[in-house]
Design a protein around this ligand. Structure first.
Ligand code: NAD
Ligand code: IPM
Ligand code: MN
Length: 357
């Protein structure tokens, strides 16, 4: 039997709720499609920090590196650990240490889900964001001088390397080439950011020469944000820097109807280290502990994980089940207008997965 070893990190807040719920769906898929998912659950979180003074053990990276993939809920509980410490010692570290340089984030409106685009029936929204995930605005280079004094200075440097920009562009062009629309939107801000963003555009145009079949358009990030709302059907693959992609994909979630929907794969296409799959959303402290978080983003993220592991039929089964539950509208969490719980939604999807094919 095909076996996959999955590092499961529920993390904080609703991460602790959506992760086990989503795992039940993937276990249903494993049973249905004839493979095994071996889960190792790691308690690394802000609670772990409170006890140990760090987000994970010293050999945490080595432990993670042994698995085929990592499935994460969400990290962050600013009541216990400042966010910049918690995230730098966990998610951002995992992305950079494992060089998971692609952050793949589909933005697709599921049938039947209420949302801001509802008044435009027939509108097809099917974008994929390819977010640079290893450097850029998140490089983590900088410092503070004369802290706490009136002439304090804080500096944080954006880092764009030729290797980093080229590889994310190439991935985005390859993806665009495989899709029917074959369109690539390149998010920039070269009118104001004259070094890094002009370089970003130049590398995009260079790589574009290898893909004459892909239609490329440069959009300034401000106009692109507006376009996502006014003309979302004109966007197909979108390539962005680290920060721009972060912001636009929460907007994408809003267009999908809720932050409880968008999913994310932190991917190393070379497969040197395990790729990490997670919902786009965070730990949502405002609703944590009530059992009402939408597990669909986590389920969708796991669907991407199954596809990445090569279980394409199972991935299709999970996606169809998710779409069917969304379309029926009987079982929904409150963020998308229902009254169901996290577990009820996951159970409804799992049941359809069990009957799929
Ligand atoms: P958030 O995504 O946690 O929440 C934003 C809003 O969306 C909240 O009102 C929340 O209730 C709602 N929401 C999010 N997910 C939902 C779901 N599945 N179902 C229903 N409603 C949902 O963003 P935030 O409030 O800015 O961040 C909270 C914490 O999470 C912070 O510590 C932040 O740093 C962290 N964070 C972590 C990740 C991650 O680990 N990948 C991502 C984003 C934010
Ligand atoms: C995301 C999150 C992270 C990011 C935070 C938690 C550091 O918002 O994955 O979208 O900005 O990348
Ligand atoms: Mn984000």
């Amino acid at each position: 039997m095909r076996r996959y070893s999955i590092a499961v990190i529920p993390g904080d807040g609703i991460g602790k709720e959506v992760t086990p719920a989503a795992m039940r769906v993937f276990q249903a898929a494993a049973r249905r499609y004839g493979f095994a998912l071996e889960e190792t659950v790691y308690p690394w979180s802000c609670d772990y920090y409170k006890e140990h003074g760090r987000m994970m053990p010293e050999d945490g990276l080595e432990q993670l590196a042994r698995h085929d993939a990592i499935f994460l809920g969400a990290i962050g509980n600013p009541a216990i650990v400042p966010d910049h410490i918690a995230l730098r010692q966990s998610l951002l570290l995992w992305r950079q240490a494992f060089d998971l340089y692609i952050n793949l984030r589909p933005v697709k409106v599921l049938p039947g889900i209420p949302g801001p685009l509802r008044e435009r029936p027939g509108l097809k929204v099917d974008m994929v964001f390819v977010r640079e995930n290893s450097e850029g605005e998140y490089a983590g280079i900088g410092g503070r001088l004369r802290p706490g004094t009136p002439d304090e200075v804080a500096v944080q440097t954006t880092v764009f390397t030729r290797l980093g920009v080229e590889r994310v562009m190439r991935y985005a062009f390859e993806l665009a080439r495989r899709r029917p629309a074959k369109r690539l939107a390149c998010a920039t801000k070269s009118n104001a950011i004259q070094y890094t963003m002009v370089f970003w555009n130049e590398v995009c145009r260079e790589v574009a020469k290898e893909y004459p079949d892909v239609e490329v358009t440069m959009y300034h990030i401000d106009a692109l944000a507006a376009r996502m709302v006014t003309h979302p059907e004109t966007l197909d693959v979108v390539v962005t820097s680290n920060l721009f992609g972060d912001i636009l994909t929460d907007l994408g979630g809003a267009l999908q109807g809720s932050l409880g929907l968008p999913a994310s794969g932190n991917i190393d296409p070379r497969r040197n280290k395990p790729s990490l799959f997670e919902p786009v959303h965070g730990s949502a402290p405002d609703i944590a502990g009530r059992g009402i978080a939408n597990p669909m983003a986590a389920i969708w993220a796991g669907q991407m994980m199954l596809e990445f592991l090569g279980e394409e039929e199972a991935a299709r089964g999970v996606m169809e089940a998710l779409e069917a539950v969304a379309a029926e509208g009987r079982v929904r969490t409150p963020d998308i207008g229902g009254t169901s719980t996290t577990d009820e939604v996951a159970a409804a999807v799992a049941e359809k997965v069990a009957q799929s094919r």
